[in-house]
Design a protein around this ligand. Structure first.
Ligand SMILES: [Zn+2]
Length: 217
């Protein structure tokens, strides 16, 4: 049976890692709005052109357009057959409600919404230790994955830097946005009896095992 899930959690909680593990081991297709925008824009579809017109003006792509693109992917033969893992969408209760409506119309049943949970202090520690290579983009971590020579990339010897996204002030701002917009999405699905809570402070393999267990696979 294909699994149909949504992954939610604050930035830095490990959604990307779990999404990749779920694709590799459970066969479901990860879908993020960024991925879908790129695919539609590259294929020069009407929806893609519409999304691009907003992006080019530096505006947010409206909910309706994002949902239409998402739905097109959800209805595709590949996703119907393999299942899906939505990552980073829905971000707001309004998007969740619109998605629900469209899923019901398309007769697609959601199995579960997986909430990856961890203390904010852990996230700040994880993200603020990240340093990236200015040249090849390799990511290191001061504690978990230090470079062999401090301040320089193992692969290409270029200097390492703290990315804008990983500056402490940016991290706190991103967590604030998450609390304001996406935390209500978690309550929304909890009220619908769809929520699975997973302790994401553990090792990625342990987190994955807990997801599989709680999904009843
Ligand atoms: Zn490098």
């Amino acid at each position: 049976m294909p699994i149909r899930t949504i992954l939610v959690g604050p930035p830095g909680v490990g959604k990307g890692t779990q999404s990749a593990m779920m694709e590799e081991r459970l066969g479901a297709k990860p879908l993020s709005s960024g991925m879908i925008f790129r695919a539609e824009i590259e294929a020069e579809t009407d929806l893609g052109e519409l999304a691009k017109s907003y992006i080019d003006r530096g505006e947010l792509v409206p909910n309706g357009v994002t949902i239409q693109m998402m739905l097109k992917r959800l209805r595709s033969a590949e996703v119907q057959q393999k299942g899906f893992i939505l990552d980073g969408f829905p971000r707001t209760v309004r998007q969740a409600e619109a998605l629900d409506e469209e899923l019901a119309k398309a007769k697609i049943e959601l199995d579960a919404v997986i909430s990856l949970e961890v203390d904010e202090s852990v996230i700040v520690e994880r993200l603020s230790g990240r340093i990236g290579c200015t040249k090849c983009g390799e990511i290191y971590h001061r504690i978990n994955k230090p470079p062999k020579r401090e301040g320089f990339c193992d692969k290409c010897n270029s200097p390492l830097f703290v990315r804008e996204d990983d500056q402490p002030s940016t991290i706190l701002e991103r967590l604030k946005v998450f609390r304001a917009n996406t935390a209500p999405v978690i309550s929304y699905y909890e009220a619908k009896g769809k929520l699975i809570k997973v302790d994401a402070s553990q090792d990625p393999d342990v987190v994955f095992a807990e997801i599989v267990e709680k999904l009843g696979l």
